[in-house]
Design a protein around this ligand. Sequence first.
Ligand code: NI
Length: 391
Amino acid sequence: MPVINSLAALADEMTAWRRDFHAHPEIAFQEERTAGIVAQKLAEWGVEVHTGIARTGVVGVLRGARGESARTIGLRADMDALPMDEANDLPWASRNPGAFHGCGHDGHTTMLLGAARYLAETRNFDGTVHFIFQPAEEGAAGARHMIEAGLFDRFPCDEVYALHNWPDLPVGTIGLRAGPIMAAADVFEIAVTGTGGHAAMPHKTIDPVLVAAHIITALQSLVSRRADPFDPAVVSVTQVHAGTAYNVIPETALLRGTVRTVEAATRDFLENEVGRVASGIAAALGAEARASYRRGYPVTANHPDQTALAADIAEEIVGADKVDREVTPVMGAEDFSYMLLEKPGAYLWVGQAGGPSACSVHSPHYDFNDAILPIGASFFARLVERRLAAG
Ligand code: NI
């Protein structure tokens, strides 16, 4: 059974919603217009609407037509844009400088709206669906803020599901896997203090630039020499700041970067090692280094039963040969991970490669591929009809 007919017929309308969201992007916790449109559409279709959850979050509640089952399911879409400019010259390009739907959350919001409209019209299920439209997926943990605002107390969910468009998979395919699909993402900062002075008399200084360079090199040995090759980890130094002149050795240097891990023990290990290596190298060279380490999103780990079920539904929508049940995970991160720590569920990727814009998410040239709107909407809708099947 392919894409649901009435959702295929809704493709043009969904495309119009998506492009409107795209033209009016809003960054983390500023999704006022987007949330307003979501709430208005849900209410129009007879879905009970709750707004202002973690500022701009919206939850739609829809009960099935059959009986009074206590079963509940949560479907989540993210609404926020990235704080960057768009480089596309499209009729629906961003009209808000410094904001851009460069990750396709405009598409996710639209797909969940499409499913909500179909389910509100058909109500061919038994139980309650919670449509969760969250703010601030990009770095500001909107999912965690909604949970802290009582999301699952107010709207209990037996299970939760979410999807993301995926430019590395072809259109018409879906990828997922049980267990970790995305990494834990942490950040660190290392402040190196030496002794500044004249660049022509280095022996009278302790050069923090050289110390920082040694620290950068030594940090690369953590993954290559200390971590298990079968246990993925990434340590990337992404910022180096020091100095103001050609002829001055500065007093300080600052490094920043990110650590990605999958296993909890490896996360603990690297948190400790980043600081230990930095201070040890600095001490050896007569300087001082202080590291601070901040934990970000946890690992996005899919639950086996819900993943198997989601894969079966995906096969119904796109065909058995188009679903990769053992998709290769990536070391990016996703705040749906917080929901998966609270409730069993699954997160999957809907392929969108080969569309008009073939580049990766977060590229200034990215655009969501509208061809996959009926696929994602059908997945959500069919999932509800199967998981909350009457009888
Ligand atoms: Ni995203």
